[in-house]
Design a protein around this ligand. Structure first.
Ligand code: SF4
Length: 411
């Protein structure tokens, strides 16, 4: 049995480090152009160099997204960008547009090319076509069934395939959506999607402009374009058996809490499966962990056919049981923790520390110190976002571990 890599999103340097800390085998990230997530922080040239050093020292691969569809007028800028990044040692570029592939081939002919899901590969003939163009890996369309994935992998030996296992779904055919362009002028295919499919909509009768009739699915309204999020945790065995080489997690725009929490679950689930395929069971605590994250209800998407046949119930709002409240920046020699606070915390809060390998310890917050700008420790009962605190806890933790608190706790 082959060992698929676990591929994680890295929207900025902090998320990249968290992804590595929580067990990613590879990360994908965008530069400041042509990367389809123009509203993520993305990486400058210097940051890309640091990111590559950090990844390669940790034996993690790094792929650069260049998967937008540039128009003629953007081609000179694209070529300049490709020249600038040519010396960087990315393990592959993720591309979608044949014109971009052509430009990459001209400027960096030896660079490995991974085909983005934006290219909508849904059959083995397409996969074979891309192989003939020199593409070494294809991120299969989310709209493929498991049977189709199996057939395609089998039909194109020598090609690597990636399958999404977790994250947001487009309600449209991935990447072929014009709602954002129409409503906001921001083009999803140029990396500027404003996610209007998640917005709330009303009904207007055409002769009564300005009269908005609410459409109610439940007490929160209706979100008629709002897809559930993909979660294929329970189907890791089938995906590994299908022969895909990479299991990909969506979410460069999501926060470090998402990256860490999803990775720690999929890392452990995949490792346990590879160690003992026959004895593998999807543990309830893994699903509970994923349910703690902000999400819109989970679905298996198209894996077993059309989603309408998967008893899909659309949720009208995000679901989340926990708040992310901080990250450990450093563990000092005496064991004191230096923590960056991301959400208000106070003495008496029940705080859970989570680390890789599903490590988890809980403590009721006692008095701590906040750090002044000059580094002076000031005893405190409350800390607000962007403050740093010093804290001692009676268990072992590491830099990069995250802190969270159940939502029902007062803040
Ligand atoms: S608006 Fe929604 S469906 Fe359309 S591209 Fe953006 S996320 Fe996808």
């Amino acid at each position: 049995m082959h060992t698929p890599e676990l591929l994680a999103p890295a929207g900025n340097m902090e998320k990249l480090k968290i992804a590595v800390h929580y067990g990613a085998d590879a990360v994908y990230l965008g530069g400041q152009a042509f990367g389809l997530r123009n509203m993520a922080d993305n990486f400058s040239m210097d940051e890309m160099k640091s990111a590559l050093d950090f990844c390669h020292v940790n034996d993690v691969k790094a792929y650069l997204t260049i998967n937008s569809y540039p128009r003629n007028e953007a081609l000179p800028e694209l070529e300049k960008y490709l020249e600038q990044i040519a010396p960087l040692s990315f393990d592959a570029y993720i591309v979608a547009d044949p014109g971009v592939i052509d430009a990459v081939r001209q400027i960096t002919p030896d660079r490995e090319l991974h085909l983005s899901t934006q290219a909508n590969t849904i059959n083995w003939r397409s996969a074979r076509f891309w192989q003939q163009q020199g593409v070494s890996r294809i991120n299969l369309a989310r709209e493929m069934s498991l049977d189709n994935i199996r057939e395609t992998v089998k039909a194109v030996p020598g090609m690597e395939f990636e399958a999404f296992v977790h994250g947001a779904l487009c309600m449209s055919y991935s990447g072929r959506c014009l709602i954002s362009s129409m409503l906001t002028g921001r083009d999803a295919n140029q990396g500027e999607c404003t996610h209007p499919c998640r917005w709330s909509y009303h009904l207007v009768e055409e002769s009564r402009p300005g009269e908005y009739f609410p459409v109610m699915e439940d007490e929160t309204g209706t979100f008629i374009f709002n897809s559930r999020d993909l979660c294929l945790l329970e189907h890791i065995p089938a995906l590994v058996a299908s022969g895909v080489h990479s299991l990909k997690i969506e979410g460069r725009m999501k926060g470090i809490n998402y990256v860490a929490s999803v990775l720690r679950v999929y890392r452990q689930a995949l490792d346990e499966y590879l160690a003992d395929p026959a004895g593998w069971r999807c543990r309830p605590e893994w699903l509970e962990e994923l349910a703690k994250l902000s999400h819109r209800g989970y679905t298996t998407g198209f894996l077993f056919g059309q989603p309408r046949n998967v008893a899909q119930e659309y949720q009208s709002a995000y679901i989340r049981s926990h708040d992310f409240v901080g990250v450990i920046d450093d563990v000092k020699d005496d064991g004191t923790l230096l923590i960056s606070v991301r959400n208000r915390i106070k003495v008496g809060d029940l705080i859970e520390f989570i680390g890789p390998g599903m490590r988890s310890d809980t403590v009721t917050l006692q008095h701590f110190s906040t750090l002044s700008e000059r580094g002076a420790a000031i005893p405190a009962d409350v800390a607000n976002p962007n403050q740093r605190i010093l804290l001692a806890v009676p268990f072992a933790v590491n830099a990069g571990d995250l802190l969270r608190r159940e939502k029902r706790a007062t803040s």
